[in-house]
Design a protein. Sequence first.
Length: 274
Amino acid sequence: MQESQLEISELYHFPVKSLQGHKSNTLPLDEFGAINDRRWMLVDGENQFVTQRRLRDMAQLKATAIDSGVLLENPQGDSLQVQQPDDNAELREVRVWHDNVTARDAGDKAARWLSEQLHTSVRLVAMGEEFRRPLKAPRSDRQVGFADGAPLLVISQASLDDLNNRLEEPVSMLRFRPNLVVSDCEPFAEDRWNTLTVHTADGPIEFDCTHPCARCAIPGLDPLTGRAQKEPLKTLAKYRRWEDGQIYFGMNLAPASADKLHTVLHTGDKVEVR
């Protein structure tokens, strides 16, 4: 069954996994998802990925994609530009969830700056030409970067509005770190979507709605400070906890085709769902 046509109302990039991202009017795509989204990641001394689940101060650091790499900033206004690692950069086998992948080390200067900010030893790594991380079967012909489990995440504005109507203090969409926000549908309509087609200036592009997004503790952290709060997870647990015990909010997306995309999403693009 086809639902009415929707519209992209917001787009987001998060260049470094679990650091602050930023809103954008465009979202260029390639075979890994959104370009400049979760293409960098912090790892510990054992090359395990690090997120706000372990280091809440990561929420205070802002990451912005720039032509040469990424710009890191702290709340005091200190910043560091990190160059995209070149072919001579050290290769590291790092772990993100259950996947071991090859990434490029971003160098000692970035490692020192981030370790000082977070008061623990970390290194910054980036995706390079050799990076491969296939999706799980039956979509193993498609790739994902350092995102948790799918190239993109979509949430409807109506779902956030429904949640905020139940809260004493509203929360922002940044709590849930989506790439696409769509408008003009019912709350949690995304639970039922099988495919999502965006009508871009370059033509339509179709995505599979792979699986609803199970939420961890991060939506319970203030997205700018990392301070732990009871809401919104306390309220979500009352009506969004499913039979498996998980709290769900949002839908994961993967391109329906394994071909390279070379397409740009824009705010205002029309969306069809089935």
